[in-house]
Structure formats: structure tokens, C-alpha cells
Design a protein around this ligand. Structure first.
Ligand SMILES: C=CC1=C(C)c2cc3[nH]c(cc4nc(cc5[nH]c(cc1n2)c(C)c5CCC(=O)O)C(CCC(=O)O)=C4C)c(C)c3C=C
Ligand code: FE2
Ligand code: FE2
Length: 346
């Protein structure tokens, strides 16, 4: 699938939604990973270490070893259509366009990636060239973090800095407590329980981590993850000892948000916890961090430590209730741009 060109632009509309996700390598190979990780890890929003100290470590150490290791992990989740993150984001853009159309809102919806392709700048340029005058930037991060959401805003601003006349812009900061998002998560957990015919002893809600220092400096991410987790547990009617919030994907040696997913599950398994259901509510689409890290690495660690049953609940992906929520989030932010013109009294 050519993600750069899809979905087809369709009839011209002057309003658009840019559906932004993190991005993914072009291929599960070491050279592709080197390009992707070089862009990703040199973003000052992602690694907040002074450039002069960080860039020699990045280029001298990390980019010599990590690309091959990460490529092998990506190879284990790659599909005929490409990287799951790209495939799902693309599908979400197509569906959102259809859902908005059903609601009487004619807007183009394009997927865009913060790192890799299709780049945010290229998609904004394509919209501008197609005559779009208003763009809603919707990052697919339910919880705001400077490492992710603000970095998308930076990429948009880098493009506007070079443009003489750019479209009117709006941004969605987060949707961590949006009732439609929480309801879609709850429905997906209930559907999983029904499919399995059983519930685990605990529902584990694993969010991507960030450095603990970022939170101390004012990043609202951790609070928003806790808020999402509580709202979801409440929607499912879970008692406090029936669920658990953890943070995954630690990078480097600094302290990140705790409790860490894998060590926590290993400790609980060793202490006799037999069965878990695991959901990653902070990821709008399945990707390396969910399919490989959680459903392969953490699964194996849990079972190895004595756990008996590890059931992974997929991300919202193309779930219809979720696309309805996404459409509602978009509509709220499009208000006034796409509403039918008000009748002017003579
Ligand atoms: C180095 C620091 C990193 C921070 C901070 C970080 C925050 C963060 N990331 C996501 C979502 C995703 N991250 C993904 C992969 C990934 N993340 C990091 C590092 C940091 N992330 C790396 C180096 C990688 C690449 C893979 C690897 O080599 O380990 C992905 C998956 C992308 C895919 O192609 O499937 C997602 C999604 C969030 C939400 C977040 C902060 C809130
Ligand atoms: Fe990450
Ligand atoms: Fe990871």
C-alpha cells in the first residue's frame, strides 16, 4: 500500500483533519530503523538531554546497535500490508472521513506521521495545494505529553514557519477522559471477556512510560493516564484490587514512571497471580509496543515467572465505537468551521 498517496484526496473540501500518529520505519530492516530512530531520538521533545551531550551517544552508540535489534522485533509483527501502526492509522483516517460524512461534515482526512512517512509537513503541503483553508490537527494520543503531542505541534509549526500563507489551524490536545473513548475501551474489554468466556484475576492497564523528570517538570501525562484508568475501571465496575496501572517501554537508565509493567507482572506471578487480561489504553492502534513488547516479551516473562494465563486485549484500531468517538472528538473541534451557514436576517 502506498501510504504517501492514500487515501485518495476525493472531492475538494476546504476543511481537513490531519490524523497524526508517532510513525514507524519504512521496512523492518536495520537501515530503515537507523533512519527512523535517528529522526525520532534526535527530537529534543523525546530526549531532553543537552544536544552536545546526547548526539554523540545517539550516533556513536545507540544507532550502531539498536537498529538491528529493533529491526528483528519489527520483523516479528510486520504484515503483508506493512507496519501495523501505519496500516491502522491509515484505516482510521478512511473510516473517520466516512463517519464525518455520515454526520453531514465534508472534510478531508489524511493520516500523518511525526517520524517517517507520510510526514506531517508533506501532508500539510498536499492539503494546502488542494485548496484546504482550515486544518484540525488531531494527534492520536489520548493522554497529552510534551514528548508526543507537543512534538506534533512542533512539526506543524516548523511547516508554518516556512509557509507564507498557511491554513487556519486548530489542535486537539488530548481526549483522555472523553466519554466516547472510555466507553469504547470498556466495550472492548467486555467483548474480550465474552470471547474468552472468563475474566483474568486482574485487568492490567499498561501505558507507555516517560521519564519521571518530565512529570516533575510539569508534563500532565501521568495524571491523565491515571484519570483514564480510573474512569475505565469505574465504567467496568471493577473494585480497586481487580485492576492495575503500569508503565511500559522504559528507555535508558533514568527513572521512568512506575510501576514498570514487566517487573510488576513478574513479581505478581511469582507471588501467585495466575491470570491477567492486559490492555494498552494509551495506544490508539496496535504497534511494536503492544504486539511485540506486551504480547510477546511481557507475556513470556509473566508465564516464565509462574503465571498461567496472559490474555492480550487489542487496541481500539478500527473498532466502530472508537471511530464514533473519534468523529465526536473531531466534530467538537470542527464546530463553527463546518456547521451549515447561519441564515442572516435582512
Ligand atoms: C527515548 C524516549 C522515548 C519516549 C519519551 C517515548 C514516549 C512515547 N512513545 C509513545 C508511543 C510509541 N513509541 C513507540 C516506539 C518507540 N518509542 C521509543 C522511545 C521513546 N518513546 C523508541 C526508541 C521506539 C522505537 C522502537 C524501539 O526501538 O524500541 C511506538 C511504536 C511505533 C511503531 O512503529 O510501532 C509507539 C506507538 C508514547 C505514547 C510516548 C509517550 C507518552
Ligand atoms: Fe515510545
Ligand atoms: Fe518498546
Amino acid at each position: 500500500m502506498d501510504l504517501q498517496k492514500e487515501p485518495a484526496p476525493g472531492p475538494a473540501h476546504d476543511t481537513a483533519v490531519l490524523l497524526c500518529n508517532l510513525g514507524t520505519p519504512d521496512a523492518p530492516t536495520a537501515p530503515a530503523l537507523r533512519r527512523y530512530l535517528a529522526q525520532f531520538l534526535s527530537d529534543p521533545r523525546v530526549v531532553e538531554i543537552p544536544r552536545a551531550a546526547w548526539l554523540p551517544i545517539l550516533h556513536g552508540i545507540i544507532l550502531r546497535t539498536r537498529p538491528a535489534q529493533s529491526a528483528a522485533k519489527y520483523a516479528s509483527i510486520w504484515t503483508d500490508e506493512g507496519s501495523p501502526l501505519a496500516v491502522w492509522t491509515h484505516k482510521q483516517a478512511v473510516m473517520l472521513r466516512g463517519w464525518l460524512g455520515e454526520a453531514g461534515i465534508q472534510a478531508q482526512v489524511l493520516p500523518a506521521m511525526r517520524y517517517g512517512q507520510p510526514a506531517i509537513a508533506a501532508q500539510l503541503q498536499a492539503l494546502q495545494d488542494a485548496g484546504v483553508r482550515r486544518v484540525l490537527v488531531l494527534p492520536l494520543y489520548p493522554q497529552y505529553s510534551a514528548t508526543t503531542t507537543a512534538s506534533v505541534v512542533d512539526a506543524v509549526n516548523a511547516w508554518t514557519r516556512d509557509a507564507r500563507h498557511f491554513p487556519e489551524l486548530r489542535f486537539v490536545n488530548d481526549y483522555h477522559d472523553h466519554p466516547g473513548y472510555i466507553a469504547a475501551l470498556a466495550a472492548s474489554v467486555r467483548a474480550h471477556w465474552r470471547r474468552e468466556g472468563a475474566r483474568g484475576d486482574k485487568l492490567v492497564l499498561s501505558f507507555h512510560g516517560i521519564p519521571e523528570r518530565n512529570v516533575r517538570l510539569g508534563d500532565p501525562y501521568a495524571d491523565q493516564c491515571r484519570s483514564t484508568a480510573h474512569l475505565l475501571a469505574q465504567a467496568l465496575g471493577l473494585a480497586d484490587d481487580e485492576w492495575l496501572l503500569t508503565f511500559q517501554s522504559r528507555f535508558g537508565r533514568a527513572r521512568w514512571l512506575e510501576p514498570y509493567t514487566q517487573p510488576t507482572l513478574e513479581r505478581l506471578a511469582a507471588a501467585g497471580l495466575a491470570s491477567v487480561d492486559v490492555l494498552c489504553p494509551g495506544f490508539a492502534a496496535d504497534c511494536l509496543e503492544t504486539l511485540e513488547e506486551i504480547n510477546m516479551e511481557v507475556r513470556e516473562a509473566f508465564l516464565h515467572a509462574g503465571g498461567k494465563r496472559f490474555a492480550y486485549i487489542p487496541c481500539l484500531n478500527d473498532n466502530r465505537e472508537w471511530i464514533t468517538a473519534l468523529s465526536s472528538i473531531a466534530q467538537t473541534h470542527l464546530a463553527g468551521w463546518t456547521a451549515p451557514a447561519a441564515k442572516v436576517q435582512p
